[in-house]
Every structure is written in structure tokens, then in C-alpha cells.
Design a protein around this ligand. Sequence first.
Ligand SMILES: Cc1ncc(C[n+]2csc(CCOP(=O)(O)OP(=O)(O)O)c2C)c(N)n1
Length: 368
Amino acid sequence: MAGQPLFSILNEDGSCEEAYRGLLTDDEVRQALDAMILNRILDRRLLMLQRQGRLAFWMTSRGEEATILGAAASLLPEDPIFLSYRELGCLLWRRIPLPLIFNQLIGNNRDLCLGRQMPVHYCYKEWAIPSVSSPVGTQLPHACGFGYAAKMRGTGQVALAFCGEGTASEGDFHTALNFAGVFATPTIFVIRNNGYAISTPESSQTAAESLAVRAEGYGMPGFQVDGNDLLAVVKVLGEAVDRARSGGGPTLVEAMTYRMGPHSTADDPSAYRSDDEAAEWNRLDPYERLKAHGIWRGIWSNEEEATIQASWDERVVATLAECERHPPPRIESLFEGVLETVSPQLEAQRDAYLAAHRRRQRDEFEVP
Ligand SMILES: Cc1ncc(C[n+]2csc(CCOP(=O)(O)OP(=O)(O)O)c2C)c(N)n1
């Protein structure tokens, strides 16, 4: 319960109590390690791509993978995940094909949303990933509403929403948790407490002993968990999912973790935090802890890690090159796919815009 010591399962040497071993199968531990490796390769490569001017924007998730993957692993494929923006790992856990992810980031003509959203504003209906929305916190009432609808329709689905500890200070957080508590919706709220909201430290977000204690005021269970311990996250979220699916209502989980990289490609963390602090969290690196666990289980090795790394590296480079070859969406698509019937006013605006666009293109290519 909220207020109690942080719940962890993994010991320093990667071992765990026998009772917890079954939380994940050997295959699931391997899948999580594989996803973490890919997540880190993407974090590094996409950051470089942005620096080279080939990508507009990227947001890192290095250090937070256990929280993100642990949440995804606790759900069924049909349970929607309302992302904030930093949860690439959920897409990897659900095995959304890499080209679909890259097409979104690039905003090319194969992007399912045709470049209408910023990079990392994912939307994959087929994988139960509703659209990411830029104003932080809006995903929380969305998840609550989805849970309410699922309850009324009896679909058995559970909705999970992520937010950062900074977003927990938004009004939408209160709206969503209060509604979810009152109507006992099958919704799980996961706060990724990664220490910072861009440069604002977590200490500026609350005077209470934790964010998890807020759950009591909303009439729901609240838990703090070691967010860098995949097994601990799976244990706490697995119980929350079972409770929600069996009619027990919502849960608030505060996962204590650390953003090891910058907030986004427009941030320099050395301006607001010390190297010593980052080094301390390096010791708790969620990948290293899960790797130690895999070795302890006898299902993972350094050789296997190197082979998987090399194979993903190669696939990522080739897939990126392929996706960069696709042109931007047709300019006309700006006016398509939103309204079933286009009004005469919009038609006139479209025609004027396209005529201006053609004129601009002609001027650009005309030799003076
Ligand atoms: C309503 C609103 N206010 C401000 C912003 C600008 N903004 C984008 S991300 C961010 C920080 C959010 O921090 P946190 O919730 O802790 O999540 P984290 O980025 O650490 O994952 C801010 C202030 C925004 N997108 N929406």
C-alpha cells in the first residue's frame, strides 16, 4: 500500500524468491530483454538522426524500460494503452512492425496518420494504441472514459494510462482519478516518476510523502513500486489488472524510475542535474538488472546479447533507409479523411490553397 517501503523483487545478483519466478515465463523474460535491446538501439539511432536533420524530434526512454514493458506485459493485446509519449517499449512489446513506427516518426506517405501528428505521437488502432495527444494529461480522462464504456458494454477490457510525475499536477489527473474512483472503472493509472518534468524536479510536484498516497483520496488502491525492476512492476500491475477485470475498479501505481537521457532532442539535462546523480541511477539500470536475472535463470548470455544487438542494428539501419525513401504525403491529403462531406467553403479553401501551392512550386523551379 501507499506509504510503505518501495516494493522490489530482483536482488542485486539477479536472483529472486522462488515464488516470484513464475511472474514471467522464460520466453517473456527473453522477449523483454530483446525489446529493451531494441529500445536502446532506437533511442541512440533516432537521437543521432535528429542531430543530422533527418528527423524533426525524438523523446528518449532509456532507464524507464522496466516500467513501460512491465505495464505492457501485464495486459491482454485488446486492452488499450493510453500513452503519454515516452512509451516506445509498449509498441515493441506489442510487436508493431518497425516500418509503421518509422513512417510515423518521419511523417511520410506511408504514415497511418499521413504526417498530421508530431513524431512520437503514435496511433495504432489495430494494436489498441489510441493517439498520443500533445497537451500532457489528456490521456488520463480518455482512459477513464474508455474504461467506463468497457464496463457498460461488458467487453472485459482494461484501460491503462501512463503519465509522468509532472503531469500528475495537471487538473486532468484529478478529473480522471476522481471519475474512475466514483464509477469504479477498469482503469489503471501508471505514474512514471522519472525524477524530472523536463527540468522541474519531482520535489516541486508534491509536498506529500509520495504520489501514490493520493489514491486514498480517490477511493482506490495505490502502490509505489521499484520501476526499474521488471518483475516488481509485473507483480503490482498484474494484480491491478486482475482487480480491474473482475470488477474491482481502478488502481494508481507510482513507478519510481529515472530518465537516463534527455527529456527530448530539445533538452540538455547537464543544465539541471549532476553527473553523480545520474551515476547513482546507472547502478539500478533496468536492462542490467533484467540481464542479471536472465543469466540467473540460465536463459541469457553475453554472446546471445551481442548476436541480438547486431541483428537489430542491421535491421534498424536497413528499415530506416527504406522508410526515408518514401515521399511526404500528397498535399491534397490535408483536406481529406476528416469530413465525410466537404463543405463548399472548404472546397474553395482547398482549391485556393492548391493553386497557391502550384504557383509556389513553379516559382521555386523557374530559372531566373
Ligand atoms: C498542458 C501542457 N503543458 C505543458 C506542456 C509542455 N510539456 C511537454 S512534456 C512536459 C513535461 C512533462 O513531464 P512529466 O509529466 O514528468 O513526464 P516526463 O516527460 O518526465 O515523462 C511539459 C511541461 C504540454 N505538452 N502540455
